[in-house]
Ligand binder design. Structure first.
Ligand SMILES: Cc1ncc(COP(=O)(O)O)c(C=O)c1O
Length: 430
């Protein structure tokens, strides 16, 4: 008989493994880089995102500190929580192209009900949500989509409105600096069957836009007018959750004003992947067809749907967004108490510092922030729920040094990244 030494594990049987690690071990490792775990890691003085004493880099699966907890570049930089990973382990794994997967179908039903719409369709990203929805509405050129000049669909979706929908974009400027109004919409919308015209078929709003809320009252005015003229209303609601959390109206209130809405799970809600579009059954049926045509039909979609549901339940319904807004106001106050100027008021989870007004060089600012252990990309700070006290305290030091020249204790790291790589190239991207 062969004796196996007690410190030697027998080779694992050659069966198909569905998970890289046994669930319990994965969860306890995970605990070090969730929002709570980051606090204790930070208290140990462990470097963030840099080479730790054991030489491991701050990656999501091996970090001693949650890298997302110190990342203000965007709320897309979050780390999926233990509950989300657990949901992936427990989800159903049937085919969603054939609409057989219970986890996916139940998420779609859940969001349709939450938003007060007939039906919903899971998509992979916010861009896919907007583009599929617009393509579903836009069926016969010549046709145009009217939107805010700063809108994501126009500036950051790779020209998809032109290439996928054969539509022209009619961008308009928000004269109040925050949101477009009915008067501006009326002035620029094209309602004509003249042979020279490109008629406005869709008005696409965005809420929040650059963190600012478009008030429900204005949305209602635009929507009522659009309906009178047979114009379709679409909402890029990637961050509509934030407007609702700030008390601007309920999800149902806002969604009632639109024919289609795209909502993101992987911004402030913290899911690893996914967005959803909602609308009528007819619209969703057509969108499903279009999603398929661009390769967005998924097989075992439950792995995307399951953490998305956790994100909605824990972060949105669980009330965590309010804390991010509170932290955004704290950051705003820290900056203005030091005499700092802002570009925009803080409505939700974004803070826009006016670095130009203080003649602050962007590369210097980004590099300095890195040296204090926080990652930024310019004067725009996006707060998400995994950002806590420790990160805000580090920011206080950055702000103090930038505005007063006083160096604080704790600036011990080398900036790892070329600021050009972190810099925000456009406003509102991500
Ligand atoms: C307002 C808005 N809409 C849509 C998107 C697109 O989302 P995704 O990056 O998932 O394609 C973003 C991305 O950050 C966004 O900020």
């Amino acid at each position: 008989m062969r004796v196996v030494p007690s410190n030697t594990r027998p080779a694992a049987p050659r069966t198909r493994r569905f998970h890289a690690l046994p669930a319990r071990r994965a969860m306890s490792e995970f605990a070090t880089y969730t929002a709570n775990g980051s606090k204790s890691a930070a208290a140990n003085g462990t470097p963030n995102g840099s080479n730790g004493s054991n030489g491991t880099r701050g990656t999501a699966w091996g970090a001693v500190e949650n890298p997302a907890a110190f990342d203000f570049r965007s709320d897309v930089h979050t780390t999926p929580t233990a509950a989300m990973l657990q949901a992936i382990q427990q989800c159903t794994l049937l085919d969603d192209v054939t609409m057989e997967d219970p986890t996916t179908l139940s998420l779609e039903r859940f969001i349709a009900e939450l938003s007060g719409k007939e039906d919903a369709l899971l998509v992979l990203s916010g861009t896919m949500g907007n583009q599929v929805a617009l393509r579903a509405h836009l069926t016969a050129p010549p046709q145009a989509v009217l939107c805010d000049r700063r809108g994501h669909i126009l500036n950051y979706e790779a020209g998809g409105v032109a290439s996928l929908s054969q539509a022209m974009v009619q961008p308009i400027d928000a004269q109040n600096g925050t949101y477009i109004t009915l008067e501006e919409v009326k002035a620029y919308a094209v309602i004509s069957d003249d042979v020279h015209a490109c008629p406005t078929r869709v008005i696409s709003l965005e809420n929040t836009l650059n963190g600012a809320i478009m008030p429900l009252a204005e949305v209602r005015r635009i929507s009522a007018w659009a309906r009178q003229h047979g114009i379709v209303m679409h909402l890029d609601g990637a961050r509509l959750w934030e407007a609702v959390a700030a008390g601007a109206g309920t999800l149902k209130d806002f969604c009632a004003e639109f024919d289609s809405i795209s909502l993101c799970f992987s911004k402030g809600l913290g899911a690893p992947i996914g967005s959803i579009i909602v609308g009528t059954k007819t619209f969703i049926k057509r969108s499903r067809w279009i999603r398929k045509s661009i390769g967005g039909g998924l097989r075992q979609a439950g792995v995307v749907a399951a953490p998305a549901r956790v994100a909605v339940e824990e972060t949105f319904l669980g009330g965590k967004l309010a804390q991010s807004h509170e932290n955004a106001r704290k950051i705003q106050k820290m900056w203005t108490d030091l005499g700092g100027k802002l570009q925009y008021p803080v409505d939700t989870n974004m803070v826009w510092l006016d670095l130009q007004a203080h003649s602050v060089d962007l590369n210097y600012f980004i590099e300095l922030a890195e040296r204090y252990g926080v990652r930024v990309r310019a004067g725009r700070f996006v707060v998400h729920y995994q950002i806590g006290e420790e990160a805000i305290e580090r920011l206080r030091k950055v702000f103090t040094e930038v505005l007063t020249g006083e160096e604080s204790r704790g600036k011990k790291r080398k900036a790892e990244h070329d600021p050009e790589d972190l810099k925000m190239k456009g406003k509102g991207v991500e």
